[in-house]
Design a protein around this ligand. Structure first.
Ligand SMILES: O=C([O-])CC(=O)C(=O)O
Ligand SMILES: [Mg+2]
Length: 558
């Protein structure tokens, strides 16, 4: 079945057309199209519908033996026929998200050079820097609206994966389409190949990236500068998402470019936005405010500090002073509670450090002691250290707080600070738990407790859709806060008094639309997008939503 939308006029034909994943329909080309586009004899005789193709594809998917094989299989369909890929993923969204995205995408990054089949996106190598404009020009898509870029240095909690990190921009952009409705014709994944410090990759004869240590900081900064300048020349209005950069670069890059082009850092700002939205939902479900909470973060990197700063802003919005809000937020890192006498902090960490006098009477300032002293109501893990929320840590917290909120957020599953089942067992089933990677519901005392996946996937597709639809020129902090509020409103535990802290992923398309609306309205309010009325805005957002369905093709002469 093709849609009732108007036909597309296509200048390509023959094998070339079949090799264009954005246009290929495979066995679904009609007899008339096969004639018009010189496809006779290039396809088996039977003219199929997308439903026929879906049945075959899903059957083959089910025959794959491992999650990584399922990932490879889906990526192959994506490279062959994007319409079929997105329809298949949309039809089985909850089942396939963990395959195309976290956690399986982590494995796909680690195995990138071993499982490589086909080109997708751009690899911009440091030694090709003089050709930056040519490289961007050779991106076959003319109208790019969203770029996700990584340099592969901090892929999930898995560290430096070199060019293997490309799995992440590809996965994130698949979600922009599957969850946010952005047409795949408008998305472009990019990996900046500035070398790798992962010795195993450098020694691996299969490794496909630049076999070179990461370039020096000065060389790196100049290279990223050239990249951003070239992007601005080629697509001045694009939305650029920074993804999985190392801590040393994430915040500085964001600060350097956020007033220069429409960009955001998903790990810092997207994660902050989804976590604050989930915290708001947890507080509302308990009829408390965020400003009532004492929050301990384990992991003082850019993600942890980003969430902490956004938490401070959200507490202030409830009416307390900045100083009072900061007094309720505690960062624990490798040297324990972050205090102002430690000299390793970067600026963004120093702002969140407590005065050393706070710990003067404590018995050290490690995680357990901090929990015992601070008596937090919320514990958030963003340190990538598996199992750091030990039974002792969780039980100590529970002894000071009847219903603790505990979010082990590190990804993928193998890096989680604790698993939900243990947390619920150690807290007599009282904790409110959300994780970064997906987990099955936990059965406790015969009750099935759903575990929310507090992953930035709830946020970035909606932000992207809102920005693209409203043609916003910047991503402001207030736009991110609107996204948090829109997400909290959808929490089943708040709306219905039961269920999870976040809506099921099966509703993510709808949630992304709601987020897009709030984000776009806020952009208009702040004059970073042209004003329209609300009805018109809804219409524009709707119009920007691409559906994975085949259009009829007519031949256009070149
Ligand atoms: O990709 C994910 O699942 C979330 C994320 O940004 C990260 O962990 O870096
Ligand atoms: Mg990330």
């Amino acid at each position: 079945m093709t849609t009732s939308k108007r036909p597309l006029y296509i200048p390509y034909a023959g094998p070339t057309l079949l090799e264009m994943p954005l246009l290929n329909k495979g066995s679904a080309f009609t007899q008339e199209e096969r004639l018009a586009f010189n496809l006779i004899g290039l396809l088996p005789q039977d003219e199929e519908t997308i439903e026929d193709q879906l049945k075959r594809a899903y059957r083959q998917y089910q025959q794959c033996g491992t999650d990584l094989e399922r990932h490879i299989y889906l990526r192959a369909i994506q490279d062959d026929n994007e319409t079929l890929y997105f329809r298949l993923v949309s039809d089985h969204l909850e089942e396939m998200l963990p395959i195309i995205y976290t956690p399986t995408v982590g494995k796909a990054c680690q195995e990138f050079s071993n499982i490589y089949r086909n080109h997708r996106g751009l690899f911009i190598n440091y030694s090709d820097r003089e050709h930056m404009d040519d490289i961007l020009r050779s991106a076959t898509k003319g109208n790019v609206q969203v770029i996700v870029v990584t340099d592969g240095e901090r892929i999930l909690g898995l560290g430096d994966q070199g060019i293997g990190g490309m799995g992440i921009p590809i996965g994130k952009l698949a979600l922009y389409t599957a969850c946010g409705g952005i047409s795949p014709a408008y998305t472009l994944p990019i990996t900046l190949d500035v070398g790798t410090n992962n010795q195993a990759l450098l020694d691996d004869p299969m490794y496909m990236g630049w076999r070179h240590k990461r370039v020096s900081q000065d060389e790196y900064n100049a290279f990223v500068d050239e990249f951003i300048a070239a992007v601005k020349r080629r697509w001045p209005n694009v939305l650029l998402q920074f993804e999985d950069f190392a801590q040393a670069n994430a915040v500085p890059l964001l600060e350097r470019y956020r007033d220069e082009l429409c960009c955001f850092n998903d790990d810092v700002q997207g994660t902050a936005s989804v976590v604050v939205g989930t915290l708001m939902a947890a507080c509302q479900a308990r009829q408390q405010t965020l400003a009532d909470q004492r929050v301990v973060f384990v992991g003082g990197g850019s993600a942890g500090c980003g969430i902490a700063e956004q938490t401070v802003v959200a507490m202030q919005a409830e009416g307390i002073s900045e100083a009072a809000a900061r007094a309720r937020v505690f960062m624990v890192d490798r040297e324990g509670l972050m205090t102002t006498d430690q000299d390793w902090h970067r600026d963004f960490q120093h702002r969140l450090a407590h005065d050393a006098s706070l710990v003067a009477e404590w018995d050290g300032q490690g995680l357990e002691e901090t929990i015992a002293q601070v008596k937090p109501t919320v514990l958030i893990g963003v340190c990538g250290q598996k199992g750091i929320f030990t039974e002792r840590v969780v039980r100590t917290m529970h002894s000071g707080c009847e219903n603790p909120v505990i979010f082990p957020l590190s990804n993928p599953t193998s890096q989680a600070e604790a698993v939900p089942e243990d947390i619920l067992n150690w807290t007599d089933g009282q904790a409110l738990v959300a994780t970064g990677s997906p987990f099955e519901p936990v059965v406790y005392n015969g009750r099935s407790i759903p575990i929310a996946q507090c992953n930035n996937a709830y946020i970035f597709p909606g932000i992207g859709l809102g920005v693209v639809a409203a043609k916003a020129s910047r991503v402001t902090d207030e736009m991110l806060m609107s996204a948090s509020r829109a997400l909290a409103r959808e929490a089943p535990l708040v709306k219905d008094g039961k269920g999870a802290l976040l809506p099921p992923l099966s509703r993510i398309r709808e949630i992304s639309m709601a987020i897009a609306f709030e984000v776009a309205a806020q952009a208009q309010h702040q004059d970073v997008a042209l004003k329209t009325d609300g009805t018109k805005l809804r219409e524009i957002i709707q119009r920007n939503c691409w559906e994975p369905e085949y259009r009829a093709y007519r031949r256009r002469s070149v």
